[in-house]
Design a protein around this ligand. Structure first.
Ligand code: F0G
Length: 377
């Protein structure tokens, strides 16, 4: 008998809370189970008594939170007999779709905006054998085309309009509750399509056995069975931060030409628009925007002060949280979780461009290496 204890991914972990049966063949790469890391050095500069944690989703198998949704979406697509999946993407969804399709032995078609996706993400999709369609348009154009083509060709959409994506992504909220032993007071997320903020609210609501009108929309009843597990009695206020140049939730309307250095959230027509407003009102949270400068400065600060490297879009959650802590919109003594949605290695070009760390060129000699060290102490 085997005594192996290998973590086999979030569907196995939360089987009773997800729409799978005992016969479902699970397509997994061991996603989920990501660390919740308490920040020490950044909060100590704030002069405020707060606990800030980051949920480091960049440590999923393809380097972003998308894997949580993709394991579910591809598992269900395969169960349904699909031979091909399709998505529009600002990069991370395409990398994840490509990986899970490869794992399942099916084809992934990915539509990406011409020249506007980070190098690491493109490299992933190409290596993982996706058929990459680079369109002369932005993510919103890609999304429209994906919906149109799925009506005409035998492909399953794995964007977050696929309800199984949200089911998988809600498990991030389950993990946070189990890691903290409670629900945080505030949960901060970068918002693009708003699928992830919706999925988290679904997860918190299920765990709390608290009603949400989202259930009627996206939850096929009966998955939230937490018998034997602690049930929380509070839910966090959900705070969604957008990049200023791509901020439809702050403008109150769609944005036709979104622009931001945080290419992952360069989205003007969010697919989960209505859901996100439900989350906003039920959780009594808010949306706000961050400038590109704030996003980049926060990305750098997190790397320099805490050793945590996230991609630009991810830093919007912390940038917004820090601003709201300073202004006391988030009160002292709060417990705050910020989701870091993607790994910093996804976008090396943006990181190197803004990095001021010295790269000292020296001869391969002890004298030169030693003097370089002493000069830089
Ligand atoms: N952060 C990162 C790193 C992302 O890649 C995305 C979305 C988001 C935040 C926003 O999440 O859309 O659920 O509000 N990326 C999608 C993609 C659009 O194609 O990879 P959301």
């Amino acid at each position: 008998m085997s005594s192996k204890k290998i973590y086999t991914g979030l569907i196995e972990q939360y089987r009773n809370q997800l729409p799978v049966s005992k016969d479902t063949q699970i397509i997994s790469l061991g996603e989920g189970n990501t660390p919740l890391i308490q920040l020490h050095n950044i909060p100590s500069t704030l002069n405020k008594q707060v606990e800030i944690y980051v949920k480091y989703e960049g440590l999923n198998p393809t380097g972003s939170f998308k894997d949580r949704g993709m394991t579910m979406a591809v598992t269900k697509a395969v169960e349904d007999g699909a031979k091909a999946i399709i998505c529009a993407s600002t990069g991370n969804t395409s990398a994840s779709a490509a990986a899970y399709a490869a794992r399942a032995g099916i084809t992934a078609f990915v539509l990406i905006p011409d020249g506007k996706i980070a190098q690491g993400k493109l490299a992933q999709a190409m290596m993982e054998g996706a058929i990459v369609l680079q369109i002369k348009g932005n993510f919103d154009d890609g999304m429209r085309l994906v919906k149109e083509v799925a009506d005409e060709a035998p492909v399953t959409i794995v964007n977050s309009i696929n309800p199984f994506r949200l089911q998988g992504q809600k498990t991030a909220a389950f993990e946070i509750i189990e890691q903290l032993g409670r629900a945080p007071d505030f949960h901060c997320l970068p918002v693009g399509n708003a699928g992830n903020i919706t999925a988290h609210w679904l997860g918190y609501s299920e765990y709390a056995c608290a009603d949400s009108s989202l259930f009627a929309e996206v939850c096929t009843n009966g998955f939230a069975d937490f018998s034997g597990k602690p049930i929380i009695d509070t839910r966090p206020k959900m705070l969604g931060y957008q990049a200023s140049g791509a901020a439809p939730f702050i403008r109150g309307d769609m944005v036709d030409k979104p622009e931001t250095v945080a290419t992952a959230i360069r989205i003007g027509h969010p697919q989960s628009w209505d859901y996100a407003w439900i989350v906003n009102s039920e959780s009594e949270g808010w949306f706000d925007e961050c400038s590109d400068e704030e996003i980049l400065a926060t990305q750098k600060m997190l790397a320099e002060k805490e050793g945590i490297f996230c991609e630009p879009a991810s830093a919007a959650s912390l940038a917004g949280a820090l601003r709201d802590i300073k202004s006391e919109k988030i009160p002292e003594n709060s417990c705050i979780v910020c989701t870091l949605t993607g790994h910093g290695l996804k976008d090396p070009d943006t990181a190197i461009k803004q990095s001021t760390a010295p790269v000292v060129k020296v001869e391969a000699s002890l004298v030169q290496v030693k003097s370089a060290i002493l000069d830089n102490m």
